[in-house]
Design a protein around this ligand. Structure first.
Ligand SMILES: C[S@@+](CC[C@H](N)C(=O)[O-])C[C@H]1O[C@@H](n2cnc3c(N)ncnc32)[C@H](O)[C@@H]1O
Length: 277
């Protein structure tokens, strides 16, 4: 089912899905590797290293069934599949899911038999109870106005002792200074950042026990500053976030740095386990 909402328009309006596939075929005739896809399909601060850290927080079981909520173009999913995880990606933006599947079909070692993409809203997960061992959020809860309902849904679909891991943008001490556009929102209408205290309280009140909470802000700032330098060096990169966001990305990328420096946003990495409540 395709959703039409201003948030979906935000993500789809500049997406050059057909051209991006032509570009990939032309530059990588034997199929792109996951690092080659990363500038396109890891739509968060920290790239593949951040996704690897998040996946490593999951305690494997056999098989490990992982739901990536707000999976975007699926960079983390393909990394998870290389670890042997059965990855389901769920996203509201239908054209992201279609491109995600095409990328998996083209990529080298993407582990595609264990990759599934679903178009749906995180508020109403189209899955039965207890069918996942882990749920992942990577820069996606930041778009969700009803985080409480989303957490109820996560608790429902997780197995007993299931795990929730997240790498999320939260509001910093100077959130009123947040400048737009940023990659997840062109204006405050689609940015739903929680404070760290509110996020912790929400998770605990919805039956999650926090096992690990790391403030990732300094690492994120260093990474984003390095990316900004690369983006400003005139050379023709095969892939970049501009294939998704268009020319707006130049400003979005600068604003990310500005918002991190000014304390408008922070980044956290969290691991929590599920308990009956
Ligand atoms: C900033 S992107 C991050 C994508 C991906 N997690 C990554 O790190 O590359 C946020 C994603 O969350 C998705 N999203 C936002 N709200 C959602 C919702 N209520 N249900 C499902 N997906 C949602 C958006 O469509 C978008 O693909």
């Amino acid at each position: 089912m395709a959703f039409h909402s201003p948030l979906v328009t935000h993500y789809q309006q500049a997406l050059r899905d057909r051209e991006v596939l032509e570009q990939i075929r032309a530059h990588y005739p034997d199929g792109p590797t996951l690092p080659q896809l990363a500038p396109l399909d890891q739509l968060h601060i920290g790239g593949m290293a951040a996704s690897a850290r998040l996946l490593n927080l999951i305690d494997p079981v056999a098989p490990t069934r992982v739901l990536d909520i707000g999976a975007g173009l699926g960079g983390l999913m393909r990394q998870g599949a290389t670890l042997g995880y059965h990855m389901v990606g769920l996203d509201l933006t239908h054209r992201f899911n279609v491109l995600n599947q095409s990328l998996s079909a083209l990529a080298v070692n993407a582990g595609s038999p264990t990759l599934v993409s679903v178009t749906a809203d995180a508020c109403a997960l189209p899955f039965g109870s207890r069918c996942f061992d882990a749920v992942v959020f990577q820069h996606s809860l930041l778009n969700m106005p009803d985080a409480a309902r989303v957490m109820d849904e996560c608790h429902r679909v997780l197995s007993a002792n299931g795990q929730l891991v997240m790498h999320e943008v939260i509001s910093g001490p100077n959130v009123e200074d947040l400048v737009y556009p940023v990659p997840w929102a062109a204006s405050p209408a689609h940015s739903h950042l929680l404070t760290q205290d509110a996020l912790v309280h929400l998770l605990e009140s919805k039956g999650f026990h926090i096992q690990h909470l790391d403030d990732w802000t300094d690492t994120a700032l260093e990474w984003r500053q390095r990316q900004l330098q690369k983006e400003q060096t005139p050379r023709s990169a095969a892939l970049s976030p501009a294939w998704v966001f268009g020319d707006r990305f130049t400003q979005m990328g600068k604003h990310l740095v500005e918002n991190l420096v000014n304390g408008a946003i922070k980044l956290v990495e969290i691991k929590a386990s599920c308990y009956a409540y």
